[in-house]
Write a protein that binds this ligand. Sequence first.
Ligand code: CO
Length: 216
Amino acid sequence: MHIDKSYQEIFVANKKWVERKNNENPDFFSHLATEQNPDYLYIGCSDSRVHANEIMGLEPGQVFVHRNIANMVVNTDLNALSVINYGVEYLSVKYIIVCGHYNCGGIKAAMQPRDMGILNPWLRNVRDVYRLHEKELDAIEDPSDRYNRLVEINVYEQCLNVIKTAEVQKSYLEKGYPRVAGWVYDLNEGVLIDLKIDFEKELNRIRKIYDLTKGK
Ligand code: CO
């Protein structure tokens, strides 16, 4: 079977990769094994076509990664919140990036009103983003433009969700990092687009209601 062959090829490819890395730098693995010191926490979509290190041109050890369907930061998701906590408090990352992408299946599914079974509660979070920005989105006539815009707006809302966390607010006020950035990856061109979210402005706005820097 074709899949069995390609499964075995993974281990062959891995051996070649180890050889190549050792040839380039004999200390590569021993250095990486001792510690990680990434400046970036990347929160992206699980989509197989969007690979954090590759699109950012970064090597192992340079980016801490969390991925899920539609790059969501959900308040009750212990997985994402643990990654953010560890990234901020133990790795002292300088940037937290939420990266969405055009042609995102998760966003597309959320735009279709139908029962998706176990995916319903997850997609609800994207549908809530749609409802928050319903006026702007419904004014866009072309369905693919509306879909692309929801990808961008969703990134923006997930950045706000990152800013709503106590560790991000406290760390930024005490140390000046991390900053939060929103990106979209354009699959058609391979290009990363910075949505240029004004972090300071959004932080101040969020703190009016969600200030978690006091107490405890
Ligand atoms: Co996606």
